[in-house]
Design a protein around this ligand. Structure first.
Ligand code: COI
Length: 360
């Protein structure tokens, strides 16, 4: 147990929402559970006021710095229901540690890892009936840290609100575990060296929306970002990291400051190494991906993310042409990774890596 004292104010029975039972209708991020967790930080008092309460409006001043200067960082992790109805979190510490690094980049007060863990676990335990048992569904958890000082000058903040929401979800893409169509983006960039690229902060997602909208209007699922300097090296896809399998070898862009250090990315790297699949983290130019497709050696490509899990890429759109990845279907390694990862997450398979923690 943790040392954080968490007050619980329960939602009255008559305000509770019905818990959905049809997994195919869940989608992603539209429904929220009845309670949320919050804790506040004041420079003189430190962290305190940890509370779980009925979900409702946040007490935030209209002058709160997060609303003016983007002082916000967040995380995404999931809780899974096993066949025996136990509830497990997947690698929550990795998310807590990344949130510390994201906060430090924006000169925000990092949420202590044990406060993050205590809040997430207490909330998931209270909301355990909301963790879906349907295939491919889970409880998505959104820890969020915002600067709450009412102040309009530009300086690092002194007051913070950390809160956690839960949302029962199905597949992130409406198409489910099907090959996606990814447009290579050559105009906008997601992040430049020295910028915010490796922090999980709303600004990176705001920067992505114009290109995402263009891609979706043109019939693609998401964009593949290229590097900011040369518009040549692959970075990441929409809300996922990207992997390619070329001529038997897997390659993914390195964590060089501009891409998100994904928890699923790390899990995939560890599984591939465990299976002795040759894998490297190195810069990969888009022309090399296209040349491999032309030569018939681009065997697979897939995105990885907490929300997207493993999302196979069927087509890359580039300069008006569609380049199909192998035969455009889900590749054998993408399928194997999806099965192995979800096997661990849903407790179907032994958790050799010790990635899951039982909550209740
Ligand atoms: C996640 O995979 O958890 C993400 O944060 C993606 C999200 C922005 C939808």
């Amino acid at each position: 147990m943790s040392d954080w004292k968490i007050e619980i104010e329960r939602c009255p029975e008559d305000r509770k929402q019905p818990i959905p039972t049809d997994g195919s209708k869940l989608g992603f991020g539209r429904l929220f559970t009845d309670h949320y967790f919050e804790a506040r930080f004041h420079r003189e008092k430190g962290w305190g006021e940890a509370t779980i309460r009925p979900r409702g409006a946040l007490g935030l001043d209209p002058a709160a710095m997060c609303l003016h200067y983007g002082l916000e960082v967040f995380e995404g992790l999931k809780a899974y229901r096993s066949k025996t109805d136990s509830i497990h979190l997947f690698r929550w510490r990795k998310n807590a540690e990344r949130m510390v690094r994201s906060a430090e980049r924006l000169v925000m007060e990092p949420v202590p890892v044990d406060l993050f863990g205590a809040g997430v676990k207490a909330l998931v335990e209270l909301e355990k009936d909301w963790v879906p048992g349907m295939e491919g569904c889970s409880l998505y958890i959104r820890p969020t840290l915002v600067a709450s000082d009412p102040f309009l000058g530009v300086r690092p903040a002194d007051e913070f609100l950390f809160y956690v929401l839960c949302s029962p979800v199905g597949a992130y893409y409406a198409s489910g575990f099907k090959p996606t169509r990814i447009l290579v983006e050559e105009e906008d960039i997601r992040a430049a060296e020295g910028g915010l690229g490796e922090a999980k902060t709303g600004a990176n997602y705001a920067a992505s929306l114009r290109a995402q909208r263009r891609a979706q209007k043109a019939g693609y699922t998401q964009v593949l970002w290229l590097d900011a300097k040369e518009h040549r090296y692959c970075e990441e896809v929409g809300t996922s990291n990207i992997f390619f399998k070329i001529d038997g070898k897997v390659v993914t862009p390195p964590l060089a400051g501009t891409i998100l250090p994904g928890v699923t990315r790390d899990s995939v790297l560890r599984m591939l190494k465990h299976w002795d699949v040759p894998v490297s983290e190195e810069p990969i130019a888009i022309e090399d991906v296209l040349a491999a497709a032309e030569a018939g050696t681009l065997e697979e490509a897939w995105g990885t993310g907490t929300a997207a899990v493993i999302s196979p890429v069927g087509v890359f759109g580039y300069r008006g042409k569609d380049i199909t990845v192998a035969d455009g279907a889900v590749g054998a390694l993408s399928q194997k990774l999806y099965d192995a990862l979800t096997g661990i997450q849903y407790q179907r398979d032994p958790d050799h890596f010790e990635w899951c923690e039982k909550v209740c």
